[in-house]
Design a binder for this molecule. Structure first.
Ligand SMILES: Cc1cc2nc3c(=O)[nH]c(=O)nc-3n(C[C@H](O)[C@H](O)[C@H](O)COP(=O)(O)OP(=O)(O)OC[C@H]3O[C@@H](n4cnc5c(N)ncnc54)[C@H](O)[C@@H]3O)c2cc1C
Length: 458
């Protein structure tokens, strides 16, 4: 047994260190489809102090580690590489405080997102971060990936709701920056170094989040449009008429919509005719009397102006849930489509329509029998692409083709999911040499031995 393992054994109790067959295969990979690999050891600290001890020892012995939250990441960042020790945050879980005056919530990094949402809800408050993986992903993972989700249009990405952090650095140093102040310009705002850095600069252990008052009314509509230009015009119009109450603007191209209808047995299209684009619009406010009227009249005006071809306003929570089921149908599609290139990219909103047409044409010229499904959080300039031929060998080639096209258009190779290992080779398509050089300088300064999530991002 190595000296490092014996030192860890002396420092930790038996439940915090697992080796060999005692490590469940759940820790071998995240959801990204990256090649599973058993970690050399699995460490499950219960406190920041224990984690600090672990990192100080790993630093002393040059042992590289991979940080694991809920393992729902789609960029392969939490999948171990040969010889790495995995550090799971799952035992550092719990909401420790809800401050109803300052509307903040303090939690440990291993707390599942859904638990945090529920804790806020008990006080009629709301964390404006929601994603399909809410039951499994952890707040530390959300912060490490600067997760997006379905409320970004109104509230921004995870970064916008983090007020304070506690972090353990590669050498075990604890940085406590549990700020609760909205205004605090006392020097560098260090939390931003860690948000979105995918575990390469430090391990998030505790967080302070800004909550929001819960909206009293929520209104949802499923709309049909016949051109991408109408979509962008509608976005501007609704932003003006509905203001900050516009929380959802989720576009589905007909290829995506039709596939969802074909595959999910309990869904049928609520429209009598087919359309080129389908759009889920959501509006939230606190005026129970006039909110519904304001929403309806904003949509009615656009039906009259001809921007909208059709619009169905949810008459019940069940209707709204059905509209969201269509939008979230991709989860069920993934289970039946076989090997797919699943991309999450960003472009200026005005360019997405043209990019989609160009990409579809170029992929169809190159691959026989390719299917390209498109949908996305268009209000946040985020396009999702699912392209597949049924052949596993095409998946990597299609990934590359789409990455190169996004590079040509000057877009972002990842909007939400992060770079991890799967997009690392494409980073220079979205970032300049000088930006990447500065990233390397920061990494070297904070983790000179390159033991923390090595080979991820840069
Ligand atoms: C069904 C489904 C829907 C999804 N929807 C969305 C969506 O709408 N928007 C979106 O942005 N993402 C989405 N994702 C991706 C994923 O859920 C997010 O990236 C999530 O934030 C990852 O959290 P996690 O706890 O699972 O992290 P993990 O997968 O465990 O880790 C992700 C990365 O963060 C690092 N990390 C984890 N915890 C910490 C920590 N405490 N400190 C430092 N580094 C850490 C890991 O090393 C890894 O690099 C979805 C995934 C699935 C499966």
């Amino acid at each position: 047994m190595s000296e490092l393992i014996s030192q860890l054994e002396s420092a930790l109790d038996a439940s915090s260190l697992l080796l060999g067959d005692a490590i469940s295969d759940k820790y071998y990979a995240d959801w990204s489809g990256a090649e599973p690999c058993p970690p050399g050891a699995l460490l499950k600290p219960r406190t920041t102090g224990e984690l600090s001890t672990i990192m100080a020892l790993c630093h002393q012995y040059n042992q590289s580690v991979v940080v694991q939250g809920g393992l729902t990441g789609l960029a392969g960042g939490a999948t171990p590489k040969l010889g790495e020790f995995a550090i799971s945050l799952e035992r550092m879980s719990g909401v420790t405080e809800v401050d109803i005056t300052g509307m903040t919530l303090t939690a440990e990094a291993g707390t599942p997102l859904q638990l945090i949402q529920e804790a806020a809800e008990k006080h009629d408050l709301f964390l404006p971060l929601d994603l399909g993986a809410r039951g499994s992903c952890m707040i530390g993972g959300n912060i490490a990936t600067n997760a997006g989700g379905t409320e970004v249009l109104r509230y921004g990405m995870t970064r916008a709701m983090v007020m304070g952090l506690e972090v353990v650095l590669a050498d075990g140093t604890v940085i406590s920056s549990m700020n609760k102040l909205i205004k605090n310009n006392s020097g560098y705002d260090l939390k931003h170094l860690f948000i979105g850095s995918e575990g390469t600069l430090g391990i998030v252990t505790r967080v302070v989040l800004q909550l929001q008052p819960k909206s009293l009314g929520s209104h949802t509509a499923l709309c049909a449009l016949n051109s991408y230009e109408s979509v962008t015009k509608l976005l501007i119009t609704l932003k003006r008429s509905l203001g900050s109450g516009l929380t959802g603007f989720e576009l589905m191209w007909d290829n995506y919509y039709d596939k969802v209808m074909e595959v999910i047995p309990d869904l049928t299209s609520p429209f009598a005719e087919s359309h080129s684009y389908y759009l889920l619009v959501e509006y939230k406010d606190n005026d129970l009397v006039s909110g519904a009227e304001r929403f309806e009249s904003a949509l009615f005006e656009q039906l009259e102006s001809g921007l909208l071809t059709d619009a169905l306003i949810a008459q019940s929570n069940q209707d709204a849930a059905t509209f969201w089921q269509i939008r979230d149908g991709i989860g069920e599609l993934f289970q039946v489509l076989g090997p797919v290139s699943n991309q999450d990219i960003s472009l200026p909103i005005v360019e997405i329509g043209g990019f989609a047409v160009d990409m579809d044409r170029r992929l169809k010229e190159k691959y026989e029998n390719i299917n390209v499904l498109l949908w996305g959080h268009i209000g946040d300039n985020n396009l999702h692409v699912c392209a597949y031929t049924g052949l596993v060998e095409d998946k990597v080639r299609i990934n590359r083709d789409i990455m190169l096209m996004i590079g040509e258009y000057g877009g972002a190779i990842t909007a939400e999911h992060g770079v991890g290992v799967l997009k690392r080779e494409f980073l220079s398509l979205s970032r300049s040499d000088s930006e990447i050089a500065l990233m390397r300088t920061i990494k070297l300064a904070m983790d000179p031995k390159n033991i923390l999530n090595p080979g991820r991002v840069i």
